[in-house]
Design a protein around this ligand. Structure first.
Ligand SMILES: Cc1cc2nc3c(=O)[nH]c(=O)nc-3n(C[C@H](O)[C@H](O)[C@H](O)COP(=O)(O)OP(=O)(O)OC[C@H]3O[C@@H](n4cnc5c(N)ncnc54)[C@H](O)[C@@H]3O)c2cc1C
Ligand code: SF4
Length: 321
């Protein structure tokens, strides 16, 4: 069951700090305040270094707001999973689609995950850039990465500006089109190039940018924040329903076919994922095995020439060309 909506957080501070409409943060705050979970396990920057990601245990709305926003840099939210489970408490988990796929699969062998992690939330993911991407953004901005008090990739607007602030008070800004479009997107890790699940197929709820279309492409001009919201399981749908009743989020229904207009890149990468994976095998002699992701069906929905072109590009990249 998939139910598709667009929406935003009702709390103006959450909407402002959120990456798109702040729906993930609004759902997390609702879960904490209604007592459905004891804490949230999510990624935030460390207290010491605004460029470094770490797992944050959030117990209040303020904690959740501190972690809101997208960080286009490596994260490992499952690294301390054993410690989280050892608390014996219930928690909501937020991770990239690949983190959620791993956690969901592991839950088939671990009863504690089934009882202690009732909600798994994710976001659509085009890939994680390496830290070199962030360093290049800072270089282009002219900021000194050893003297930062804060850094955000986007937010405080939609999509909002990339913003670095130094200890001497100097601040530097760059728009999303430039930071993601011309720098960060070029530093994606190879595993992301052959990822078959950028849309969080194993999560209870997945959010993404509900971009407005312009000439058939997403328009990255500034607007009021708006999320695309997909509930994928019964518990995900129940969570959305109670968050609506509780006035945590404001939503409108959407037809499934409209997702493709907002997320054309995700549609394309699903259709070429099998070709890219096979190309990896021919290039490196090994490849990941994916099951039940409908990759063959997706492959035959695209022009074979485009499919081959993507496979060839991956073959060359995997060869280090
Ligand atoms: C690596 C990456 C790739 C993305 N690719 C796409 C894309 O292809 N299409 C698209 O529409 N949107 C993409 N996004 C943005 C994503 O759509 C938005 O985060 C999503 O719309 C949720 O918005 P929100 O306002 O509801 O979330 P918010 O309320 O801002 O919450 C964001 C949540 O994501 C968590 N988070 C942030 N960065 C990371 C990270 N690196 N690892 C793990 N958790 C993290 C935070 O802890 C927070 O809980 C990407 C984000 C990231 C971090
Ligand atoms: S693109 Fe796929 S593999 Fe890469 S971080 Fe996102 S979900 Fe994980």
């Amino acid at each position: 069951m998939i139910k598709v909506r667009t929406g935003h957080a009702v709390d103006p501070e959450i909407r402002k700090q959120g990456s798109s409409g702040g729906v993930i943060s609004a759902l997390l705050t609702h879960l904490l305040e209604s007592g459905k979970v004891d804490f949230v396990a999510q990624i935030a920057t460390t207290q010491q270094n605004p460029l470094a990601n770490e797992l944050q245990i959030s117990r209040t709305r303020e904690d959740v707001i501190r972690a809101a926003g997208s960080r286009y840099a490596p994260s490992a939210p499952l690294r301390t999973l054993r410690d989280l489970l050892a608390t014996g408490q219930k928690f909501a988990f937020v991770g990239k689609p690949c983190d959620i796929a791993a956690l969901r699969r592991y839950s088939e062998f671990n009863e504690d995950i089934k009882t202690q992690v009732p909600y798994m939330l994710s976001f659509m993911c085009a890939g994680i850039p390496s830290m070199r991407g962030t360093y290049e953004v800072l270089e282009k901005l002219g900021a000194d990465r050893t003297k930062l008090t804060s850094f955000r990739y986007r937010g405080d607007g939609w999509p909002g500006m990339t913003r670095a602030v130094q200890t001497d008070g100097q601040s530097f800004e760059m728009d999303y089109n430039t930071s993601w479009g011309t720098i960060l997107g070029k530093h994606l890790q190879f595993r992301c190039k052959i990822c078959p699940d950028g849309t969080g197929e194993f999560a209870d709820v997945v959010c993404a940018d509900a971009w407005y279309g312009k000439d058939g492409y997403p328009d990255f001009a500034e607007h009021d924040g708006r999320s695309l919201v997909l509930s994928r399981t019964q518990s995900g749908e129940a969570l959305i329903q109670t968050a609506i009743e509780n006035n945590s989020i404001d939503v409108s229904n959407l037809l499934t076919k409209e997702i493709a207009l907002m997320q054309p890149y995700q549609v394309l990468r699903k259709k070429v994922a099998l070709g890219r994976t096979i190309a990896t095998f021919f290039s490196r002699g090994r490849m990941p095995i994916y099951r039940r992701l409908g990759l063959f069906r997706a492959s035959i929905m695209i022009n074979p020439i485009i499919w081959l072109r993507h496979a060839w590009g991956t073959y060359r990249r995997a060869n280090g060309e």
